[in-house]
Design a binder for this molecule. Structure first.
Ligand code: TRP
Length: 349
């Protein structure tokens, strides 16, 4: 059985983008692949969360993963920091990672610009990455080597496939680079090169509700699995619209198209068709459309929401799940680490 692996940073709640872009598909494949799903709590440390928030976030994601249908018996569900082999491989890979290439990583440059913009109270586009006055700004080495840690996550389980969105493609490519570099340097096929995993249909991009871009944790435009009916309805009703098309078959502005994209994910095809026709003959009432959209989102998310609290509060169960996940993950991780250490020249008795 081939191995699929994916991690998620432990910040905040899961939103519809996480659900439709990833989670729903994980649930579908968990019995057909050897799956590793984990909470990337080490990665979250780059932003120095408060210890209490940090712990709560790990628990939140775990509970939401399980409530949404991930089965800890079928897949290996674990917390990154429970598997120290990851950190050990990270040290080895860091020796093969060059400062220049890490500095050129898009996500690093973006984060640096964002951090500087925040610190100087300016818009991101006013800040250049090459502005070298970094004093007092949290641009730590962990942020720089973020892609190395991610490569360690993937390579430690010798994963064949990693489902990735656009924003993680470069990181996956870097994991391939490090795998090749390691194999070339130590003359062995220790690490298979991980490939992007496609769920059959084209990459689903779940748009945000603010008329532009995708739904994201940091964007503040999301609907969360944890939102109740009232919150969801309020968020959807607030989504940007206009007074409607005046010419039949007009092109759709992006913010309207986004509503249809969301509707495609949650509603019956006949419902989508109904509102498309109304759009095309200029009789659409966005209030009605949004009401329907909110109701259909709730149909998907409320059953999940109902389970979240019960799982979140069941400490014994969560302890059992994470211990089981840790044991399975460590078994695979330590086998790979032994191979890697032997190849490097450590004596492994
Ligand atoms: N960097 C990923 C993100 O922000 C999270 C992640 C960490 C990950 N390690 C991983 C994803 C390994 C896939 C494989 O979304």
């Amino acid at each position: 059985m081939e191995t699929v692996l994916s991690g998620i940073r432990s910040t905040g709640h899961l939103h519809l983008g996480n659900y439709f872009g990833a989670l729903r598909n994980f649930v579908k494949i968990q019995n057909t692949y050897n799956c590793y799903f984990f909470i990337a709590d080490l990665h979250s440390l780059t932003t120095h969360p408060h210890p209490e928030d940090f712990h709560r976030s790990v628990r939140t994601i775990l509970a939401e993963y399980i409530a949404a249908g991930l089965d800890p018996e079928s897949s290996t569900l674990f917390v990154q920091s429970d598997v120290p082999e990851v950190s050990e491989l990270y040290v080895l890979l860091n020796m093969l990672a060059y400062k220049g290439e890490l500095e050129r990583t898009t996500s690093f440059k973006d984060k640096v610009r964002l951090a500087k913009a925040k610190a100087r109270n300016k818009a991101v586009n006013e800040i250049s990455y090459d502005d070298h006055d970094d004093e007092g700004i949290n641009i730590n080495a962990g942020l720089l080597t973020y892609p190395v840690l991610m490569a360690a996550d993937i390579l430690i389980h010798r994963a064949n496939y990693v489902p990735v969105g656009k924003d993680q493609e470069q990181h996956l490519e870097y994991a391939r680079v490090l795998a090749r570099r390691f194999n070339n340097m130590y003359g062995e096929e220790i690490f298979p090169e991980p490939k992007a995993f496609n769920f059959g249909n084209e990459l689903i991009k779940v748009p945000g509700l603010d008329g532009s871009g995708k739904m994201g944790k940091s964007e503040g435009n999301g609907i969360y699995l944890y939102d109740d009916e009232k919150t969801i309805t309020k968020k959807v009703m607030r989504a940007l619209t206009d007074s409607g098309p005046t010419e039949p078959n007009s092109p759709m502005p992006e913010y309207i198209n986004n509503l249809f994209t969301l509707m495609n994910l949650v509603s019956d095809p006949s419902t989508v068709e109904f509102f498309k026709e109304k759009y095309n003959d200029c009789s659409i009432r966005y209030g009605d459309m949004k009401k329907q959209l909110a109701a259909d989102i709730c149909k998907v998310t409320l059953p999940i929401r109902e389970k979240i609290d019960a799982v979140y509060n069941d400490t014994d169960y969560l302890r059992k799940v994470t211990q089981m996940g840790r044991d399975k993950a460590r078994e695979s991780a330590s086998a790979t680490l032994s191979l890697a250490k032997k190849a490097v020249g450590f004596k492994v008795f």
